[in-house]
Design a protein around this ligand. Sequence first.
Ligand SMILES: [Zn+2]
Length: 162
Amino acid sequence: MLTLLQMYCTIEQQKNMKKFEYLVLGISISSTFLISTIFGFAGGAIIGTFWAWFWISFLIQVIAFAVWNSFLIQKSDAIAQLAEIQLLEQLSRFVIQLSCAYCKQPNNVPIQLNAKNTFKCESCNQVSGVFMQFTATTLTTPVESVKLPLGGSESVEFKVGR
Ligand SMILES: [Zn+2]
């Protein structure tokens, strides 16, 4: 539960983050203009005009930033997807206790249904394989009474209390 103070802090943090973003944006834009100006002077001193060099270097920087940005976005997307896959893998894994095939020492073994499973014994360091077998069973219905034959045609019936 968020207390008022915490909520206030979160809002303050968000404001500070926004300020920080604007600061980074400002630095980024001014450094782009600065580099363009330097290129403008340098290029203009050798060949052509200041503004031609200014705008060419400006455009190159903008394009380079766009490419770099989309690369960063792609990369963070890929990392997020990988993390999701790893999480799913962890969730599909469950732990059962199995005795070592060599020394019968019980081991806690993580099992995945869609993979070949092996485990290394904690006691003897031998690697055992895991053989999985599933059996279908009927669902049992609760017994309501038991009839015991008493010889002849008589029998006694026991009711099962619930
Ligand atoms: Zn063992």
